[in-house]
Design a protein around this ligand. Structure first.
Ligand code: NAD
Length: 244
């Protein structure tokens, strides 16, 4: 018996990194899981890959309808799809600001809006948004990305207030630097990727990157019946970076 037996989950950005770890963690514990992503994810027993773009409202609505059609309902939404951006407030033009906010912030709004009517029919409804330490850390060269993730933190608290009385808990996980293909791509741009990785690890309080599975564990807690009095919370999974 898994603690998510009988529950249905949607994970955006479920093809890679943190999203793929969340898909696996929920599935291992009994949930039927749909991975919504631009990239293909193979179907399996209790696993559904749905090609969808969180910047396209029609695509999101079709994807959520396909999940409910296939699995008969929806209980858990993990809003994880996101993209990065580097630079100060001067370095990105309007189009880039709109592109990143469209994925990282408006994407969460679209998926949540399409899912809410189904979540209202669940007896174990939860939304878990993936933020970042960038939401509050004041990281240099991350103005746009930080603004998008600050928006995620604020949206989480506002949605928690709006939907708790309906039995829908909304919470957030704020990862530190996590060992995903995203970070791998950034490291590959360095002159010496191995040295850059070592320097990045040395900057972490616990001397290593966070694993996607460690972030998935926090998502599992917030999505589970263990967290039935937790709403509007943000859990940092960052090796203590912001706390120490
Ligand atoms: P990743 O690039 O490995 O995976 C992101 C996934 O999102 C990809 O599969 C991609 O196809 C999908 N995606 C991107 N745009 C999409 C769209 N418009 N519609 C649907 N799917 C889309 O990244 P990751 O490192 O696993 O990051 C996942 C989340 O975690 C992001 O929200 C990111 O901001 C957050 N995060 C990551 C780190 C880190 O260090 N890796 C740190 C803090 C927060």
């Amino acid at each position: 018996m898994g603690e998510f037996d009988g529950l249905v989950a949607v994970v955006t950005g479920g093809a890679s990194g943190i999203g793929a770890a969340v898909v696996a963690a929920l599935h291992e514990r009994g949930a039927r899981v749909a991975a919504l992503d631009l990239q293909a994810v193979d179907d399996g027993d209790g696993l559904l890959g749905v090609r969808a773009d969180v910047t396209d409202d029609a695509s999101v609505r079709q994807a959520i309808a396909a999940v409910v059609d296939r699995f008969g309902g929806l209980d858990i939404v993990v809003n994880n799809a996101g993209i990065g951006a580097q630079g100060t407030v001067e370095d990105n033009d309007d189009a880039e600001w709109q592109r990143v906010l469209d994925v990282n912030l408006l994407g969460m709004m679209r998926v949540s809006r399409a899912a809410l009517p189904h979540l209202r029919r669940s007896r174990a409804a939860a939304i878990v948004n993936i933020g970042s330490i960038a939401a509050t850390a004041g990281l240099p060269q991350r103005a746009l990305y930080s603004a998008s993730k600050g928006g995620v933190a604020a949206l989480t608290r506002a949605m928690a207030a709006d939907h708790l009385a309906e039995g829908i808990r909304v919470n957030c996980v704020h990862p530190g630097t996590a060992d995903t293909p995203w970070i791998g791509r950034l490291l590959q741009r360095a002159a010496d990727p191995d040295a850059e990785r070592a320097a990045l690890e040395a900057r972490q309080p616990h001397g290593r990157l966070v694993s996607p599975q460690e972030i998935a564990h926090a998502v599992l807690y917030l999505a589970s019946p263990l967290a039935t009095s937790t709403a509007g919370a943000g859990i940092a999974v960052d090796g203590g970076m912001q706390e120490l």
